[in-house]
Design a protein around this ligand. Sequence first.
Ligand code: NAP
Length: 468
Amino acid sequence: MIGTQENPLRVAVIGSGPAGFYAAGQLLGKKAQHVARVDVFDRLPTPWGLVRAGVAPDHPNIKAVSRVYEKTAGHESFRFFGGVELGRDLDVEDLRRHYHALIYAVGAQSDRRMGIPGEDLAGSWAATDFVAWYNAHPDYRDLEFDLACERAVVVGNGNVALDVARMLALTHDELRVTDVADHALETLRASRIREIVVLGRRGPLQAAFTNPELRELGEMIEADVSVEVCEADLDPLSAALLEESDITARKNVEILTDYAKRPPTGHPTCIVLRFLASPVEIVGDERVEAIVVERNELVRDDESGALRARPIGERETISCGLVLRSIGYRGVALPGVPFDERRAVIPNDGGRVLEDGEPRRGEYVTGWIKRGPSGVIGTNKKDSGETVALLLTDLEAGCLLDPPDPDPDAIEDLLRDRGAEVVTQEGWEAIDEHERGRGEPSGRPRAKLPSFDELMEQARGADRAGAR
Ligand code: NAP
């Protein structure tokens, strides 16, 4: 029987962000009815996914969720395999030889495209690049953001748009006590950006902001927030829907109406929230000089019944030197794993991976690569709960994989033979301790190591010591 002391359930989780950690935690938790061993793989030498590389540095309370993941990682049957990439160091067939079940939890690693002329001009960036850069993701450390212009435009009305707008407006004193990447701290200090325009293609009622994040914009030390009264006013269709809208959307409208009444206080920076405006072109000779937007009205979509934006034929050119496109993340296919190109997710039924409409034995999915890039960190707990419950149902039904070599040492031997340099849990803890120590003298929670080489160097020290 699988799931006993003699024959533990062996699960490989691919991706160590919130969804992967919640899945691991649920398999190893006190309430589990079976004995499991969970190996969590990540391409990076560091765990926690967007909790480390996505959450804004000035949101330490959100990052504190990592304590839950640390607890899971402290379980005797948990192992971390950092620096191991599916498709480079291992393939799905390798995993099927060593595990009873695989859970893909790789998130959404790319960004959606707007599909307008000028999108690739220098100075036009995916907001996700900016986020990864200021959070010291090692793949993004060499990006060079030119912040010498006076105005930046952020496209999109989600929380990522608010994060990047806020990051451009925080003072050096506010930023220097966070875990922002050292390179970003210096670049942001020299920023000359004084106005950040955030563009929503629909109206205030349709904004995807959450209330605390929107409220925070109104509490910035050296930045005003402004909304044109006429843009805060709801169009007739939205006004009719207000009462039946969810509480978050209604509160957003309240907050935005309040912002529209605020007189400017003369702060050096201003965040301007605009609505019913869609970018149609980014213009400039060699780099971004302006963005052309088209005014919209809202109309009811015949199919979905939702209100969608329709251009009314009026255009406006907003001069700017930086455009951050914040219109959502996008999932990326994993080698050897089914992928739905249209939705950019792994096709699944509640978390069971589907191939041609049929479940792939022993393969599961959770998080953004399962449902698309929506929801807050906690959403992944419920999502992983659903996936793990199906996995355990399949365990009971005898429908998992039957790996020929389930010995826990075998995967380590395989990776060693392939020349992969694995960062173990001890290796990550050495990085963690080092970064916290580096940050301490300047009152920062940590000062992140920004390159693969430096991260690997720290991890190596610990792993060498462990091997002695
Ligand atoms: P999001 O919430 O899905 O917002 C995407 C925004 O882009 C929407 O306003 C959408 O407008 C707009 N958009 C899409 N296509 C567009 C186009 N072609 N032109 C103009 N606008 C377009 O995505 P996100 O901001 O990337 O956030 C992802 C998830 O992470 C969200 O669930 C978010 O709440 C979460 N998150 C949470 C926090 C936090 O809790 N502090 C921080 C960051 C992210 P339409 O509505 O019209 O499609």
